[in-house]
Design a protein around this ligand. Structure first.
Ligand SMILES: NC(=O)c1ccc[n+]([C@@H]2O[C@H](COP(=O)([O-])OP(=O)(O)OC[C@H]3O[C@@H](n4cnc5c(N)ncnc54)[C@H](OP(=O)(O)O)[C@@H]3O)[C@@H](O)[C@H]2O)c1
Length: 216
Protein backbone atom coordinates (compact mmCIF):
# COMPACT_ATOMS: atom_id res chain seq x y z
CA UNK A 1 0.00 0.00 0.00
CA UNK A 2 1.23 3.55 -0.71
CA UNK A 3 0.09 5.94 2.00
CA UNK A 4 0.40 9.70 1.55
CA UNK A 5 0.09 11.96 4.59
CA UNK A 6 -0.92 15.55 3.82
CA UNK A 7 0.45 17.70 6.67
CA UNK A 8 2.73 14.80 7.53
CA UNK A 9 5.19 17.05 9.39
CA UNK A 10 2.79 17.56 12.30
CA UNK A 11 2.27 15.67 15.51
CA UNK A 12 -0.06 13.01 14.20
CA UNK A 13 1.59 12.70 10.78
CA UNK A 14 5.03 12.07 12.25
CA UNK A 15 3.56 9.66 14.78
CA UNK A 16 1.65 7.67 12.16
CA UNK A 17 4.71 7.52 9.92
CA UNK A 18 6.71 5.80 12.67
CA UNK A 19 4.35 2.83 12.66
CA UNK A 20 2.83 2.78 9.17
CA UNK A 21 6.18 3.14 7.36
CA UNK A 22 7.37 -0.12 8.92
CA UNK A 23 4.67 -1.90 6.93
CA UNK A 24 3.80 0.31 3.94
CA UNK A 25 5.43 2.94 1.75
CA UNK A 26 4.70 6.31 3.39
CA UNK A 27 5.01 9.66 1.63
CA UNK A 28 5.04 12.50 4.14
CA UNK A 29 3.66 15.67 2.58
CA UNK A 30 4.11 19.30 3.52
CA UNK A 31 3.59 22.76 2.10
CA UNK A 32 7.41 22.88 2.19
CA UNK A 33 9.09 19.81 0.74
CA UNK A 34 12.20 20.45 2.88
CA UNK A 35 10.13 20.15 6.05
CA UNK A 36 8.70 16.86 4.85
CA UNK A 37 12.19 15.55 4.11
CA UNK A 38 13.31 16.55 7.63
CA UNK A 39 10.35 14.65 9.14
CA UNK A 40 11.13 11.67 6.94
CA UNK A 41 14.80 11.74 8.02
CA UNK A 42 13.69 11.82 11.68
CA UNK A 43 11.47 8.80 11.06
CA UNK A 44 14.33 6.86 9.45
CA UNK A 45 16.65 7.75 12.33
CA UNK A 46 14.18 6.68 15.02
CA UNK A 47 13.42 3.35 13.33
CA UNK A 48 17.03 2.64 12.31
CA UNK A 49 18.06 3.03 15.97
CA UNK A 50 15.68 0.22 16.85
CA UNK A 51 16.67 -1.92 13.88
CA UNK A 52 13.19 -1.52 12.40
CA UNK A 53 12.40 -1.11 8.69
CA UNK A 54 11.32 2.27 7.32
CA UNK A 55 10.02 3.17 3.85
CA UNK A 56 9.28 6.82 4.48
CA UNK A 57 10.02 9.71 2.12
CA UNK A 58 9.25 13.43 2.15
CA UNK A 59 7.56 15.39 -0.61
CA UNK A 60 5.14 18.22 -1.28
CA UNK A 61 1.52 17.73 -0.23
CA UNK A 62 0.54 17.50 -3.91
CA UNK A 63 3.14 14.81 -4.63
CA UNK A 64 2.01 12.91 -1.53
CA UNK A 65 -1.49 12.84 -3.04
CA UNK A 66 -0.24 11.94 -6.51
CA UNK A 67 2.08 9.12 -5.37
CA UNK A 68 -0.34 7.43 -2.93
CA UNK A 69 -3.42 5.25 -3.19
CA UNK A 70 -4.48 6.11 0.35
CA UNK A 71 -4.25 9.77 1.42
CA UNK A 72 -4.49 10.73 5.10
CA UNK A 73 -5.46 14.36 5.75
CA UNK A 74 -3.40 15.19 8.84
CA UNK A 75 -4.07 18.93 9.06
CA UNK A 76 -5.88 20.94 11.75
CA UNK A 77 -9.58 21.40 11.04
CA UNK A 78 -9.29 25.17 10.45
CA UNK A 79 -6.81 24.55 7.61
CA UNK A 80 -8.67 21.62 6.06
CA UNK A 81 -10.78 23.45 3.44
CA UNK A 82 -7.96 25.73 2.20
CA UNK A 83 -5.59 22.76 2.05
CA UNK A 84 -8.03 20.74 -0.05
CA UNK A 85 -8.60 23.76 -2.31
CA UNK A 86 -4.84 23.94 -2.91
CA UNK A 87 -4.60 20.28 -4.00
CA UNK A 88 -5.93 18.23 -6.93
CA UNK A 89 -5.99 14.65 -8.16
CA UNK A 90 -8.05 12.97 -5.43
CA UNK A 91 -10.12 11.03 -8.00
CA UNK A 92 -9.75 7.30 -7.43
CA UNK A 93 -7.98 7.76 -4.08
CA UNK A 94 -9.05 6.49 -0.70
CA UNK A 95 -9.07 9.65 1.43
CA UNK A 96 -8.86 9.19 5.21
CA UNK A 97 -9.86 11.95 7.61
CA UNK A 98 -8.52 11.71 11.18
CA UNK A 99 -9.59 15.35 11.64
CA UNK A 100 -11.47 16.35 14.78
CA UNK A 101 -13.11 19.78 14.77
CA UNK A 102 -13.05 20.97 18.36
CA UNK A 103 -12.57 24.03 20.51
CA UNK A 104 -10.83 24.40 23.85
CA UNK A 105 -12.27 26.80 26.40
CA UNK A 106 -12.49 25.65 30.03
CA UNK A 107 -12.78 22.19 28.53
CA UNK A 108 -12.71 20.66 25.05
CA UNK A 109 -15.91 20.44 23.02
CA UNK A 110 -16.89 19.19 19.60
CA UNK A 111 -17.36 22.06 17.14
CA UNK A 112 -18.43 20.54 13.82
CA UNK A 113 -19.04 22.41 10.56
CA UNK A 114 -22.61 22.68 9.15
CA UNK A 115 -22.04 19.43 7.19
CA UNK A 116 -22.01 17.55 10.53
CA UNK A 117 -18.37 16.48 10.71
CA UNK A 118 -14.95 17.20 9.26
CA UNK A 119 -15.22 14.04 7.16
CA UNK A 120 -18.57 15.15 5.73
CA UNK A 121 -17.01 18.52 4.87
CA UNK A 122 -14.22 16.64 3.06
CA UNK A 123 -16.87 14.61 1.23
CA UNK A 124 -18.55 17.82 0.05
CA UNK A 125 -15.29 19.45 -1.05
CA UNK A 126 -13.73 16.54 -2.93
CA UNK A 127 -14.82 15.10 -6.28
CA UNK A 128 -17.32 12.22 -6.13
CA UNK A 129 -14.67 9.80 -7.42
CA UNK A 130 -12.66 10.21 -4.21
CA UNK A 131 -13.77 7.74 -1.52
CA UNK A 132 -13.80 9.39 1.91
CA UNK A 133 -13.46 7.48 5.20
CA UNK A 134 -12.77 8.43 8.79
CA UNK A 135 -10.14 6.54 10.76
CA UNK A 136 -7.46 7.17 13.40
CA UNK A 137 -9.45 10.05 14.97
CA UNK A 138 -9.11 8.79 18.53
CA UNK A 139 -5.42 7.83 18.86
CA UNK A 140 -3.17 10.49 20.38
CA UNK A 141 0.04 11.41 18.59
CA UNK A 142 1.96 10.48 21.75
CA UNK A 143 0.67 6.91 21.51
CA UNK A 144 1.78 6.59 17.88
CA UNK A 145 5.24 7.87 18.87
CA UNK A 146 5.76 5.74 22.00
CA UNK A 147 7.13 2.76 20.10
CA UNK A 148 8.02 0.83 23.26
CA UNK A 149 4.61 1.25 24.93
CA UNK A 150 1.54 -0.97 24.38
CA UNK A 151 -0.46 0.15 21.33
CA UNK A 152 -3.70 -1.74 21.72
CA UNK A 153 -6.16 0.85 20.47
CA UNK A 154 -9.43 0.43 18.63
CA UNK A 155 -10.04 2.37 15.42
CA UNK A 156 -13.59 3.21 14.35
CA UNK A 157 -13.78 3.31 10.55
CA UNK A 158 -16.68 5.04 8.76
CA UNK A 159 -17.38 5.45 5.06
CA UNK A 160 -20.00 5.08 2.35
CA UNK A 161 -17.76 3.22 -0.14
CA UNK A 162 -17.51 -0.44 0.84
CA UNK A 163 -14.35 -1.14 -1.15
CA UNK A 164 -12.58 1.94 0.26
CA UNK A 165 -13.61 1.04 3.79
CA UNK A 166 -12.15 -2.44 3.26
CA UNK A 167 -8.83 -0.85 2.22
CA UNK A 168 -8.81 1.31 5.36
CA UNK A 169 -9.70 -1.69 7.55
CA UNK A 170 -6.79 -3.55 5.92
CA UNK A 171 -4.47 -0.63 6.64
CA UNK A 172 -5.57 -0.53 10.29
CA UNK A 173 -5.23 -4.31 10.62
CA UNK A 174 -1.72 -4.25 9.16
CA UNK A 175 -0.41 -2.11 12.04
CA UNK A 176 0.56 -4.45 14.87
CA UNK A 177 -1.95 -4.55 17.74
CA UNK A 178 -4.39 -2.01 16.24
CA UNK A 179 -7.95 -3.27 15.82
CA UNK A 180 -10.29 -1.78 13.22
CA UNK A 181 -14.06 -1.68 13.74
CA UNK A 182 -16.52 -0.94 10.95
CA UNK A 183 -18.66 1.82 12.51
CA UNK A 184 -20.93 2.26 9.48
CA UNK A 185 -21.43 4.99 6.88
CA UNK A 186 -19.90 8.47 6.86
CA UNK A 187 -23.05 9.67 8.65
CA UNK A 188 -21.60 8.12 11.81
CA UNK A 189 -18.43 10.24 11.59
CA UNK A 190 -19.71 13.07 13.88
CA UNK A 191 -19.89 10.55 16.72
CA UNK A 192 -16.38 9.25 16.04
CA UNK A 193 -14.90 12.74 15.88
CA UNK A 194 -16.73 13.80 19.06
CA UNK A 195 -15.02 11.02 21.04
CA UNK A 196 -11.71 12.88 20.86
CA UNK A 197 -12.69 15.98 22.88
CA UNK A 198 -14.16 13.54 25.43
CA UNK A 199 -10.80 11.73 25.63
CA UNK A 200 -9.00 15.06 26.04
CA UNK A 201 -11.34 16.10 28.86
CA UNK A 202 -10.74 12.78 30.62
CA UNK A 203 -6.99 13.31 30.21
CA UNK A 204 -7.27 16.85 31.60
CA UNK A 205 -9.49 16.12 34.60
CA UNK A 206 -7.96 12.74 35.45
CA UNK A 207 -4.41 14.04 34.90
CA UNK A 208 -3.71 11.33 32.35
CA UNK A 209 -1.81 11.38 29.05
CA UNK A 210 -2.70 10.02 25.62
CA UNK A 211 -6.06 8.53 26.63
CA UNK A 212 -7.44 6.14 23.99
CA UNK A 213 -10.33 3.75 23.41
CA UNK A 214 -10.70 0.00 23.12
CA UNK A 215 -13.92 -1.70 21.97
CA UNK A 216 -14.54 -5.27 23.15
N1 LIG B 1 -2.34 15.43 17.53
C1 LIG B 1 -3.10 14.39 17.89
O1 LIG B 1 -2.87 13.73 18.93
C2 LIG B 1 -4.28 13.98 17.02
C3 LIG B 1 -4.96 12.78 17.28
C4 LIG B 1 -6.02 12.38 16.45
C5 LIG B 1 -6.39 13.20 15.39
N2 LIG B 1 -5.73 14.36 15.17
C6 LIG B 1 -6.15 15.22 14.05
O2 LIG B 1 -5.11 15.22 13.09
C7 LIG B 1 -5.03 16.51 12.48
C8 LIG B 1 -3.60 17.01 12.60
O3 LIG B 1 -3.28 17.18 13.96
P1 LIG B 1 -1.80 17.59 14.43
O4 LIG B 1 -1.82 17.62 15.90
O5 LIG B 1 -0.81 16.71 13.74
O6 LIG B 1 -1.71 19.07 13.84
P2 LIG B 1 -0.47 20.05 13.75
O7 LIG B 1 0.76 19.35 14.22
O8 LIG B 1 -0.83 21.32 14.42
O9 LIG B 1 -0.39 20.37 12.18
C9 LIG B 1 -0.22 19.36 11.21
C10 LIG B 1 0.37 19.96 9.95
O10 LIG B 1 -0.57 20.82 9.32
C11 LIG B 1 0.15 21.71 8.48
N3 LIG B 1 -0.37 23.07 8.61
C12 LIG B 1 -0.23 23.91 9.65
N4 LIG B 1 -0.80 25.10 9.38
C13 LIG B 1 -1.30 25.01 8.13
C14 LIG B 1 -1.98 25.90 7.27
N5 LIG B 1 -2.25 27.18 7.65
N6 LIG B 1 -2.34 25.46 6.05
C15 LIG B 1 -2.06 24.20 5.66
N7 LIG B 1 -1.39 23.29 6.42
C16 LIG B 1 -1.03 23.70 7.65
C17 LIG B 1 1.60 21.71 8.92
O11 LIG B 1 2.36 21.08 7.91
P3 LIG B 1 3.37 21.93 6.96
O12 LIG B 1 3.68 23.23 7.69
O13 LIG B 1 4.57 21.06 6.87
O14 LIG B 1 2.65 22.12 5.68
C18 LIG B 1 1.57 20.88 10.18
O15 LIG B 1 2.74 20.15 10.40
C19 LIG B 1 -6.03 17.41 13.20
O16 LIG B 1 -7.15 17.60 12.40
C20 LIG B 1 -6.38 16.66 14.47
O17 LIG B 1 -7.73 16.86 14.87
C21 LIG B 1 -4.67 14.77 15.94
Amino acid sequence: MKVGIVGGTGDIGEGMALRISQVHEVILGSREEERACASSDACHLALDEKGLPCTCSGDSNQDAVDRAGVVILAVPFQHLAPTLASLAGFEGKVVVSPVNPMVRKDFFFFAPPPEGSAAQLVRRLLPGKAAVCTAFNNIAAGSWKALDAPFTHSVAVCGDDTAAKAVVMELVGSIPRLAGFDAGPLGVSPMVEAITPLLLNIAKYQKMRDVGIRFS
